[in-house]
Every structure is written in structure tokens, then in C-alpha cells.
Design a protein around this ligand. Structure first.
Ligand SMILES: C[S@@+](CC[C@H](N)C(=O)[O-])C[C@H]1O[C@@H](n2cnc3c(N)ncnc32)[C@H](O)[C@@H]1O
Length: 271
């Protein structure tokens, strides 16, 4: 991006930070925002799992998925990112800023089973009416991402809105074993709820299929989780595992990388 481009971005709307006591009715249970230890907010339906660690939603996203975005960019130019699931959009916003920082356009797909989360995100991007998720939450995530990356908040939102509009970044419904992947991905943010809440996404069978059908031969996959099925499926699919400390020293997390030998050989000085 040139300085001229930055200057031509419309100013980000200035909204007050989201209310930490925000609650809105929803058929899945009251949709609530919950403050986490770094001041960023996570979301929760009823008494279900919160979408992020209470020790810091933004910091967790940067630790688990920012690392994967950096690793993917070290081996592929303009990586395509798969985000499972969209939630309140931390991964999408971070991916966009990292792409802009690298002088690239954001490319990817996000899967989300709750249609109201997807339509809320689209409404924020398109300047539409607020529905389930307060737009001030997306603004807050964008502001934090902007502070981290030095990419203006307005540039992040504009680039992501454009990417969604021209379908460089697609917003897709729930991922199921029947989901097809016309394109494969170089960076995977596997951020579904835990195997207790979404067991169908953590079976050995599904993970075997996913590692082959969704992941490009050159791929970095990251997730806050570290299950036996996941580790075995990734190793069998040719990934090298790095078991990292979980965010905020909780549990182990998984960072896996698959780079074909021919690519390492060609790149020579790649690493
Ligand atoms: C841990 S949260 C994701 C948080 C998100 N990455 C963010 O940055 O806000 C998990 C999300 O996955 C969604 N989800 C659950 N099952 C899913 C499925 N089968 N396909 C797509 N999304 C799913 C949930 O509705 C929830 O929004």
C-alpha cells in the first residue's frame, strides 16, 4: 500500500467502546460480551463456551493465529486463509492487517454456523444496520489490530469489505463433513469450539478429510487445541508439529506446518 492509498481511506467511524454489560436476546441464549484480561471483549451465547480465553481475547488471537499468519507468509506469497469459525471476526481483521502490512490483499474463507454472526459482520463491513453484534465491538478489535500493526483502522475495514465484496474473502455457512473446498488454503485458523461443543469437527475421520481436502500442500495450521486425533491426523497428512504452550500457560496448543520438500529445495534460503 502507498501512502497515497492510506490518505485516501475514509476515516474510521468513531464509536464509543462496546459496553461490557452488553446483552442481546438470541434463540441460542442471551448473546453477551465478556471482558477479558487484556481489556478486549469476547462473546458468549447463554452459558455456552466463551469464544476466546478469558485471559485475553485479542492477545490469544495474536499468539495462536498471528503466528500462523507470519509462518504462512514466510513460505507462500499472498497466502489464502481459512478461518473456522468467524465468531466476532478477530482472525479476519488480523489477517487483513497482516496482508496489508505485507503489501498484499486479504484472501480467504470464513465458516460460521450461526448465521446472525455472519450477517452482523457483513453489516459492519458494508455500513449496514447493527443487528446481533454491536459494531463498536468490531471497531474495538480493528483499533487494537491497528495499534499492533500500524495499519490504519479504516484501511483494514475498507480492504476487508472490498475482499468480501469481490469474494476474495468468502463468508460461508457451517462446515460439515459434506463441505467441499474448491480452493485449498495456506493458512488455517482452526478455531471451532472445543470437541465437547462441536465433536463432529474433531473426529479423526473429519480431520483426515480436512487435512487433505482443505489444506494446500504448503500449509500452516494453528489451533488453541491439542487433541490426539488432531495430532495424528496432521502427522499422517505430512505436517510437522510444533506443540506450543497454550495461551496464558493453559494447555498445549498446536502449530503445524507442511512444506513440500521440493519447495524447500527450490527456495534454498527459505528458512
Ligand atoms: C471459538 S469461536 C471463534 C472465534 C473467532 N475465531 C473470533 O475470532 O471471534 C467458534 C465459532 O465457531 C462457530 N462454529 C461452531 N461450529 C461450527 C461449524 N461446524 N462450522 C462453522 N462454524 C462453527 C461458533 O458459532 C463460533 O462462532
Amino acid at each position: 500500500m502507498t501512502d497515497g492509498d492510506k490518505l485516501s481511506q475514509p476515516a474510521a467511524p468513531i464509536r464509543p467502546p462496546p459496553k461490557k454489560t452488553f446483552v442481546r436476546d438470541h434463540e441460542l441464549g442471551a448473546f453477551k460480551l465478556v471482558e477479558t484480561a487484556d481489556g478486549s471483549l469476547t462473546a458468549q451465547f447463554g452459558e455456552a463456551e466463551t469464544m476466546h480465553s478469558l485471559r485475553g481475547a485479542f492477545k490469544e488471537t495474536v499468539y495462536i493465529y498471528g503466528t500462523a499468519l507470519d509462518r504462512a507468509r514466510a513460505v507462500v506469497k499472498n497466502p489464502r486463509t481459512l478461518s473456522l469459525g468467524l465468531g466476532v471476526g478477530y482472525v479476519e481483521i488480523l489477517s487483513t492487517a497482516y496482508a496489508l502490512k505485507a503489501g498484499e490483499t486479504p484472501r480467504g474463507e470464513s465458516f460460521e454456523s450461526v448465521g446472525d454472526l455472519t450477517s452482523s459482520f457483513e453489516a459492519w463491513l458494508q455500513g449496514g444496520d447493527e443487528a446481533l453484534v454491536p459494531h463498536s465491538l468490531y471497531d474495538d478489535i480493528t483499533r487494537r489490530t491497528s495499534e499492533l500493526t500500524s495499519i490504519p483502522a479504516s484501511a483494514i475495514r475498507t480492504a476487508l469489505a472490498k475482499a468480501v465484496e469481490v469474494q476474495d474473502w468468502s463468508l460461508r455457512p457451517a462446515m460439515t463433513p459434506a463441505t467441499t473446498f474448491p480452493m485449498k488454503f495456506h493458512c488455517v485458523a482452526f478455531d471451532a469450539f472445543s470437541s465437547k461443543s462441536t465433536p463432529e469437527l474433531w473426529t479423526r475421520e473429519f480431520l483426515d478429510h480436512f487435512a487433505t481436502a482443505a489444506c494446500d500442500p504448503t500449509c500452516v495450521l494453528s489451533t488453541y487445541a491439542c487433541t490426539g486425533h488432531l495430532k495424528r491426523a496432521l502427522v499422517d497428512a505430512g505436517f510437522t508439529l510444533e506443540i506450543r504452550e497454550g495461551y496464558a500457560s493453559k494447555r498445549d496448543s498446536t502449530l503445524a506446518e507442511r512444506v513440500p520438500a521440493s519447495q524447500i529445495w527450490e527456495a534454498g534460503t527459505l528458512r
